[in-house]
Design a protein around this ligand. Structure first.
Ligand SMILES: [Zn+2]
Length: 251
């Protein structure tokens, strides 16, 4: 039986040496006080690590993760993280980032109700039950899971926006922006779903999460919007914009 994890400690030494070789000042910088501009609230899924998917060094993003990126307003853990991030680190952006293919969302929509995690996921389960008639009209199980994943993110952003901690920050004029994002496991890309909220007025102007359920949007709305924007910003060369092979014969 392996009683120690020496192979992991060996990997750590190799990593530290490689980092130092590539950037001799790396650990000197890391040892200084952190001053990240971002708080990331994401899923515990081992495939979605904030620093990796954002391409950021340690120290650049403050991170809180839990199953299905749920914000419980009585959760001391997330309340402490939010307080520290807002009042001490003075982050400018709070990002709730969920992901497609989330096992937590799948569990919340299942009939299984036998574990602690089912208490944790209760808000998602109840939200799905409340709008079941609408969700049942979606074309497939995948479409359902994608849509609930997206709406769950929107719901959590709204919850953060109603917290006294956040309201107080806005009331004293602190520059603080909330964002809802979703990550695609299949391509490594993040989609900006919204909502974007930067003030009490913007929060109060948002449609309720129940209204959002009936918004006529395709299940993979974030993915579609992102793709359209990406294609829209492409600068096509003349050859690409008018491929000769496809042009009608002018003769
Ligand atoms: Zn997940």
């Amino acid at each position: 039986m392996t009683r120690t994890l020496d192979y992991l400690l060996d990997r750590n030494v190799a990593w530290s040496l490689a980092k130092t070789r590539d950037d001799p000042a790396y650990f000197r910088r890391m040892a200084e006080q952190q001053s990240p501009s971002y708080l990331w609230i994401g899923c515990s899924d081992s495939r979605v690590t904030a620093n990796d998917v954002l391409g950021l060094d340690p120290g650049e993003v403050f991170v809180h993760r839990n199953i299905a990126n749920v914000v419980h307003t009585s959760d001391l853990n997330i309340l402490s993280v939010l307080e520290f991030a807002i009042q001490h680190l003075r982050v400018r952006h709070i990002i709730v980032c969920g992901h497609y293919g989330c096992g937590g969302i799948e569990r919340a929509l299942s009939e299984e109700r036998s574990a602690m995690v089912d208490h944790w996921l209760q808000p998602i389960t109840m939200f799905h039950r409340k709008h079941r008639a609408h969700f049942d009209r979606l074309s497939s199980r995948t479409a359902l899971l994608d849509r609930v994943s997206e709406l769950n993110i929107e719901m959590q952003v709204r919850r953060i926006a109603t917290m006294p901690l956040v309201e107080n920050a806005w009331s004293r004029g602190q520059d603080l922006h909330l964002h809802g994002w979703i990550y695609g496991m299949h391509d490594g890309l993040i989609r900006d779903l919204g909502p974007h909220v930067s003030s009490i007025e913007e929060r109060d102007a948002l449609p309720s999460i129940d209204q959002r359920v009936f918004h006529a949007e395709e299940p993979a709305s974030g993915l579609r919007r992102h793709a359209l924007e990406a294609f829209g910003s492409l600068k096509l060369t003349d050859d690409l914009a008018s491929p000769s092979c496809c042009m009608p014969d002018e003769h």
